[in-house]
Ligand binder design. Structure first.
Ligand code: NAD
Ligand code: UDP
Length: 328
């Protein structure tokens, strides 16, 4: 009888919010998972329960340094994602994106692994096209405070496209729109964790600007479904998709097209935590804060037969339950 060995996956940024979810998903599907993280914004708490599994191992490693191992699939998530964190150490942020993807692409090249890179809606900057389609090239400041993240992610996309064209690496990417859920760090600084933590502590809800800027919020489980479907596709299907759409590399938006003002988000958070005595207060808008953001997910629907299932109200309720558990 033929012995069937589990598929091997490498996840970078594995102790972070999304990294911990993809590790969990891969383990549940029978993979052997190597989790790599430098613990800059991630925490071992997110993956503590996975340590018991014989198919899971954690390596403290910085993706700016080369890494070696044989894997069937590589998921590249290592990079701080919250504006306060990526702006705290901007040069490291850029290095994590640019050197990180180069190291992972080199590894994929040498070992013939399939790679999925997590890009971002931030590549569209403060978009002049709405909703954002993959063919839109974006409106990004190269020298602003968000540029270390935006331009690092843009450069990573270019590297991925060129490793495919020049060396034939089987690499794909998702442009993720604001995603939230359990395992976000309570002090992460992004809007959903901030508002929930503030409401639970009866502190002021800090609304930046007039709160009329918009975002589209995707629940983490929906993103995991998209990522796994994408990696399950054979290479010729992905190549055919790129050719059909004139894309220089396989890239799809993954997000929930439901668009909300940040003020609506603050109000909904307070509605779901009625015991809170928090009041909304207005604070200055951060530099280069995008005014509108909403994904066009036509391509993801076509390629993956996927669309998000979890509305903001439901995802917010699950996330509130998670944060309540932390502050108990
Ligand atoms: P996160 O900050 O929770 O996780 C990032 C993880 O990467 C952390 O565990 C951190 O310690 C690790 N890391 C950072 N620099 C590293 C380095 N040099 N070497 C090794 N590990 C490093 O953020 P997240 O929301 O889970 O984001 C994961 C990925 O998804 C990021 O690449 C982010 O840009 C991308 N993304 C996320 C969102 C979102 O809304 N959550 C949106 C767009 C893109
Ligand atoms: N925001 C806010 N209050 C906060 C944190 C964020 O009003 O305490 C706003 C922020 O200005 C932006 C939106 O919420 O317009 C989303 O911010 P986040 O940092 O979550 O992600 P971004 O999409 O800006 O990267």
């Amino acid at each position: 009888m033929e012995l069937k060995l589990p598929k091997k996956a490498l996840v970078t940024g594995a102790a972070g919010f999304l990294g911990s979810h993809i590790c969990r998903r891969l383990l549940a599907e029978g993979y052997e998972v190597t989790a790599l993280d430098n613990l800059f914004t991630g925490t071992k708490d997110n993956i503590l329960d996975l340590m018991d599994s014989k198919r899971f191992s954690f390596v403290l490693h910085d993706v700016t340094q080369p890494f070696w191992g044989r894997f069937d699939e590589i998921y590249n998530l290592a990079c701080p994602a919250s504006p306060i964190h990526y702006q705290h150490n901007p040069v490291e942020t850029l290095k994590s994106s640019v050197l990180g993807i180069m190291n992972m692409l080199d590894l994929a090249l040498k070992t013939k692994a399939k790679l999925l890179h997590t890009s971002t809606s931030e590549v569209y900057g403060d978009p002049l096209v709405h909703p954002q389609v993959e063919s839109y090239w974006g409106n990004v400041n190269t020298i602003g405070v968000r540029s270390c993240y935006d331009e690092g992610k843009r450069c990573a996309e270019t590297l991925l496209a060129d490793y495919r064209r020049e060396f034939g690496v089987d690499a794909r990417m998702v442009r993720i729109f604001n995603t939230y859920g359990p395992n976000m760090h309570p002090k992460d600084g992004r809007v959903i964790s901030n508002f929930i933590m503030q409401a639970l502590a009866n502190e002021d809800i800090t609304l930046f600007g007039d709160g009329m800027q918009t975002r589209s919020f995707q629940y983490c489980d929906d993103l995991m479904d998209a990522m796994r479907r994408y990696m399950g596709l054979p290479r010729d299907v992905v190549d055919g998709f790129c050719a059909r759409h004139g894309l220089g590399a396989p890239v799809i938006n993954t997000g929930n097209p439901g668009e909300y003002t940040i003020r609506e988000l603050a109000e909904e958070t307070l509605r779901q935590i009625p015991e809170s005595t928090s009041k909304i207060v207005y604070r200055p808008i951060p530099a280069d804060d995008p005014k509108r953001r909403k994904p066009d997910i036509t391509l993801a629907k076509e390629l993956l037969g996927w669309e998000p299932k979890v509305p903001l109200k439901d995802g917010l309720a699950k996330t509130i339950t998670y944060f309540k558990g932390l502050v108990k």
